[in-house]
Every structure is written in C-alpha cells, then in structure tokens.
Design a protein around this ligand. Structure first.
Ligand SMILES: *Cc1c(COP(=O)(O)O)cnc(C)c1O
Length: 440
C-alpha cells in the first residue's frame, strides 16, 4: 500500500530543527490567523505514518482532519490522479462535461442511504456542500429558516459560520451573521438533555418560536465533529428526522466528517436507520483532494432552476479521479468494517483509562471516530489545559492527535482506516501513557 516504513521513528526532538527553521519562515510569509496543531513540515505520508523533513516517522491519528481515510498516498488515488492530470486538469463542468463527475455522482447515489431516486451535485469544500444543501432546501420548500444544533460545526463561510456553534475561534470578530439560523439543544448524553427531553425542546422551538411552516431544513451532524465527537443519545435523531418528514422540512445529514466508512458504516446515520433527504459529504470523499457533494432525493435536488447550482471548480476532474480511487479502496478493502474493528480495538482501552483516571470525564465515539473528554476530577468542569497537555505529550513522542470540543477539552482520534494494527496499538500506548502521566 505504501513503501513508507510503518513504524514510529524519532531521530530528533519534535518539531525537529529543519521543521523549526521552516516554521520561522512561514511566520514571516503566512498570516498568524492560520493556527497549527503541530508545526512539523511534512515530506511524505502514507498508511498510518507522516514523515517530516527531519526524517521522523509520526503516527497519524488525525488524517488531516478525517480526510485521508485511505491513507495519504493510496495507490488507487495516486494512479488515477496522475492519469487524469495527464489528460486534462479542468474544463468546468458547467462549460463542458466529463465522465468522472457523473461517475462520482452515480457512486454517491448508490452508496448513500435509501433506494429512492437520487441526484448528486459536486462542489469543492465541505462548507460549500452545506451552503448548497441550504440553498436547495430553500428553493424546494420556499421557506427561509434553517435549524441547527448545539456543538454544531458546518464550516467557516458566512452562512456556515452562522450555522456553526462555537464562537472562538470560528466566529469571533467575524459577524454580522447570516439571518434565519436557529439553534436548538442536541441530546448530549454527557452534558445535556436525554433524547426525550431534547426532542421535546426541539419540537417546541420549531412550533412556538420559528413556526414549522417557515423551516426549510434541519441540518444535523450524526456525530458532532469539531464540537467534541458528541454522539446524540439514541433515538433523538430518528425522531428529529421523523418530525421533518411529517412537516415538509428537508432533513440534511452533514456527514462531512462522519461519512464514507469513518464510523464503521458507510454513513453514520445508518447506525440508527435514518434515511436523510439530503446528505453532505466532503473530507474523505476526495482521498485528499478537495471535493464535496450534496446527494439527495431527485425531486428536491431537481427543484433548483437551471444554472442555480455550480462553481468554477465544482467537481474538478482530478478531484473526481481521486474520489473514484478513494471510493474503490473504501469498498474493496471494506474500510467500514476496518473502522468498526479499530473501534472495537481502541474503545475498551480508552474505557479502561476513564475507569482509572478521574480527569477522563467521558469516552465516546463510533468506529474510528473516538474521543476522550477531560474534566476537573470529581465533576464535569471542562479541562482544556489537560487536553492540550495530553496532546502535547503525544506530539513530542511522535503521535499526531487532534483536540476539539465546544470547551476545547477533547482529544480525538481519527486514524487512517488502513492503519496497521501494531502501529495503532503503539500510538494508543503513547496516548495511555500521556493520560496517566499528565492527568493521572
Ligand atoms: C470539516 C467540516 C465542514 C467544513 O468542511 P470544509 O471542507 O472545511 O469547508 C462541515 N461540516 C462538518 C461536519 C465538518 O466536519
């Protein structure tokens, strides 16, 4: 799958001298608004390993934020990209057509839940997919309002920033925000209301505050990603979807982070048997190249006037070629099954940590989308400093983990689904050591 040795190897401290030199230059050339989780410069990456310019092999438990599920140099992706780039790089699908676009659309129409007739529109980024799902829902229903949830992350554009919950860093100083966005609580098993109560609140807000007949779409992540890997209490989302169906509201699943095998199913809504009207995908879709999609019921998707959807780069041919390679790898290697195996292997070890270290308030997730939430021992007060210290400990030992969460107190694991199990175990050993040393 890759010729990079699948082993953690540290030649220098992390970040090493060559990375530090490059990072200093970057600070002179790139605005400081771009944060960085770990300032190492990457030379190569593949399987479960990232090789930096100092020659260190780090274990990748982040996948560039859930993107490189098939690895960062999957041969199926790389070969198709090479082949396509050699033929043509761009036409703009709104100007002249090409097969790759239609093939990706057909694959997503086949793979997404439900056997109804579907259409897929391709775009470039996750935020763009979510924006277009809103535009399509408004066109179809003739209604203005959009309902989103606590902990939601939907992107950084003007509209999706309004839909995103967290103020710092995503919204701070960037308003005013797009109107007609309404936020309701989710069923957060650790901090919030149980399913029944959260659902009652949801239905009440739509009925009494917004007006059900003004709601175009309810947009939900099946697992809140940036918001802290919050898995809604069982039964909540199916009832929300049912409410939408009964009231002519488009139910949109934002599967940008959860979709395409990450959670142990092709789509995370499948865990609860939900069939969304529209599904947004991105991240893992392009196998590392920028590609996103809205897939949904033909009558909804076709309700938009001709010329109303598009984008210069929407469904770029090289990105489509990459996606066809990524989708083939996901299906052929049964990476959904692999994600479930990763969960079955890692989750018990995280639970064991939660049982023995009081600063681990919660352990949760599905498949290869797992998280530890850190608190002040003895309660639920978030401890972002502990999460940051655990991540730092891992980074210094060559394990690339990411943090997230509304309270920035969650360490999340998003390993490539192709990761070697020995390598994964080694990385989890480092994480366990980090938790015991830093938080124990
Ligand atoms: C990352 C993400 C987005 C935004 O995707 P971009 O490609 O960064 O615009 C939207 N929704 C969810 C759930 C995400 O995780």
């Amino acid at each position: 799958m890759t010729d990079i040795e699948q082993r953690r190897i540290l030649h220098t401290e992390i970040p090493g001298p060559l990375s530090r030199e490059r990072h200093a230059r970057r600070q002179r050339e790139v605005p400081s608004g771009f944060g960085v989780t770990l300032p190492i410069f990457v030379e190569r990456a593949g399987g479960g390993i990232v090789v930096d310019v100092d020659g260190n092999h780090l274990v990748d438990l982040g996948c560039g934020i859930a993107v490189t599920s098939v690895g960062a140099s999957d041969p199926g992706v790389v070969e198709r990209v090479r082949e396509q780039a050699g033929r043509f790089t761009h036409t703009c699908f709104m100007v002249t057509e090409y097969d790759g676009f239609v093939e990706v659309a057909a694959a997503l129409n086949r793979l997404t839940p439900g056997d109804h007739e579907k259409r897929t529109a391709l775009f470039t980024t996750g935020a763009e997919a979510v924006e277009n799902a809103v535009k399509i829902s408004r066109a179809y229903t003739g209604r203005p309002a959009v309902v989103v949830f606590d902990h939601a992350y939907h992107g950084r554009t003007s509209l999706t920033m309004a839909m995103t919950a967290k103020q710092m860093p995503y919204k701070h100083s960037f308003g005013p925000f797009s109107p007609e966005i309404y936020r309701v609580p989710t069923a957060d098993p650790f901090r919030g209301a149980p399913a029944e109560e959260a659902y009652a609140r949801f239905a009440d807000v739509l009925r009494t505050q917004i007006g059900v007949d003004r709601v175009a779409a309810v947009v939900a992540e099946p697992i809140a990603g940036e918001g802290g890997f919050v898995v809604p209490a069982e039964g909540f989302l199916p009832r929300v979807a049912e409410f939408c169906r009964a009231n002519g509201i488009v139910f949109v699943a934002d599967e940008v982070q959860t979709g395409l095998a990450r959670t142990g199913r092709m789509f995370a809504v499948e865990h609860e048997g939900i069939v969304p009207d529209l599904v947004c995908t991105a991240k893992a879709l392009g196998g590392g190249l920028p590609l996103s999609a809205v897939t949904g019921r033909a009558e909804i998707m076709d309700s938009v006037h001709v010329g109303g959807l598009g984008g210069t780069y929407a469904g770029n041919p090289i990105a489509c070629a990459a996606a066809l390679g990524a989708l083939e790898s996901i299906e052929r290697q049964d990476l959904a099954g692999r994600a479930a195996e990763i969960g079955a292997r890692v989750l018990p070890r995280l639970r064991e940590l939660a049982g023995s270290v009081p600063a681990v308030g919660d352990v949760r997730g599905r498949g290869a989308m797992l998280a530890l939430e850190f608190v002040e021992p003895g309660g639920k007060t978030p401890s972002p400093t502990t999460a940051a210290a655990v991540a730092k400990y891992c980074h210094e030992r060559g394990v690339l983990v990411l943090t997230c969460g509304t309270y920035s107190n969650v360490v999340r694991l998003l390993p490539p689904l192709v990761i070697d199990f020995e390598l994964l175990d080694d990385a989890v050993d480092v994480l366990a050591e980090a938790v015991r040393k830093v938080a124990g």
